[in-house]
Ligand binder design. Structure first.
Ligand code: ADP
Length: 347
């Protein structure tokens, strides 16, 4: 369990002082994966560094499993840090050390006997699915394998907290999926509390139980992933929606941009809306994903009537909300742009 209370970080003094984190209150219950998103410069990395106490907060507290780490003297802080494992962006392995030696680093620092270290490293390699790669150097590993080694290293000292700071940035979608799957599996097996910092909204949908949006050093919005995905008034919820390009409308139809508004949208909703309206309803495009067992997403429809009130009512009966002739956002691969631009437009 992590609790941040009034966490503030200011760099510099006097006129040159810059407050990068501004009185943040944030809780991550044990066993949860909390994503922290936000545009570049929002303070995400500083937040990570304050949680693992690589940076001392200027004010406020970092409480991990009931203990306030922010006030600890250096010696006890070093012990406390062992409870927090950090996975960085993929290039963080030492190039002149093998996978096994990289994983052993924290154990070496701690003075664990070589025999114990070997046993622990073997266990960890097994856990991340790389038992046959112990002697490989980082250049001999794929991006996904290197990141698995990074995860094993972060877990070497049996932490209860895992901090993933842009841990999947730069990985292709397939590899991201597999690394996120491993983190979720480890969370389940080891009851880890995970803070997952990323700017990739597609990854947030795969990984997170809860999401917080950081902007200018403040948490401006937060909630459970599933709640946010059905909260259309929420800028964060909208930016989390899966959206890929939808085809254009057919001649003679009215175009509706439809989003899932409920966790109980029936799978055959197009059929139901068609029957309800008694006119043709064409699916022009859809991006729908199942997140934690709940369908979420958006669709573009061609509807053969201009009675907008009836269409809206038929959609609502299926747990959907829509806008006629709306221009859908057709690209969603640049989360930075969505967070920095669209969110401000909406807010
Ligand atoms: P993010 O990870 O969201 O991109 P960062 O936490 O890296 O954001 O940075 C947030 C802000 O804090 C930026 O404006 C950055 O310039 C500033 N910052 C980060 N570290 C320092 C530092 N050591 N001294 C002064 N300013 C810093």
């Amino acid at each position: 369990m992590i609790s941040l209370r009034h966490l503030t970080k200011t760099y510099g003094r006097g006129d040159a002082a810059v407050t990068v984190l501004d009185s943040i209150d944030f809780d991550v219950p044990t066993g949860q994966i909390a994503a922290v998103v936000g545009p570049s410069g929002a303070g995400k990395s500083t937040l990570a560094q304050c949680i693992n106490l690589l940076e001392r907060p200027t004010a406020g507290s970092v409480v991990v499993n009931g203990e306030d780490l922010s006030g600890l003297p250096e010696k006890r802080l070093r012990d406390a840090r062992r409870r927090i494992g950090t996975v960085f962006q993929s290039s963080s392995l030492l190039g002149r050390r093998t996978a096994a030696e990289n994983i052993a680093l924290p154990l070496d620092f701690l003075g664990v006997t070589p025999r114990e270290a070997d046993a622990r490293v073997g266990e960890l390699l097994e856990r991340v699915g790389l038992a046959d790669k112990a002697g490989h150097y980082p250049f001999q590993l794929s991006g996904g394998q290197a990141q698995r080694v990074g995860i094993a290293r972060a877990l070497a000292l049996r932490p209860s907290i895992l901090l993933a700071d842009e841990a999947t940035s730069g990985l292709d979608p397939e590899t991201t999926r597999s690394v996120v799957g491993l983190i979720r599996q480890l969370r389940d097996d080891l009851d880890l509390t995970v803070v997952f910092i990323t700017h990739e909204m597609d990854t947030v949908r795969l990984a997170a139980d809860t999401v917080a949006r950081l902007d200018h050093g403040r948490i401006v919005e937060q909630g459970s992933l599933v709640d946010l995905l059905t909260a259309h008034e929420s800028p964060l919820g909208r930016s989390l929606q899966p959206r890929r390009g939808h085809a254009g409308p057919e001649a003679g139809t009215r175009t509706w941009f439809v989003t899932y508004d409920s966790t109980a949208v029936p799978g055959d909703w197009i059929q139901r809306v068609t029957t309800d309206l008694g006119v043709a309803v064409h699916l022009l495009g859809a991006s729908v994903e199942t997140v934690h067992g709940v369908n979420t997403g958006s669709a573009t429809l061609g509807v053969g009537t201009d009675d907008d009130t009836r269409v809206a009512a038929a959609l609502a009966r299926c747990g959907l909300s829509g806008t006629p002739d709306a221009v859908p956002i057709t690209r969603h691969d640049d989360a930075e742009r969505v967070l920095a631009g669209v969110l401000e437009d909406v807010a």
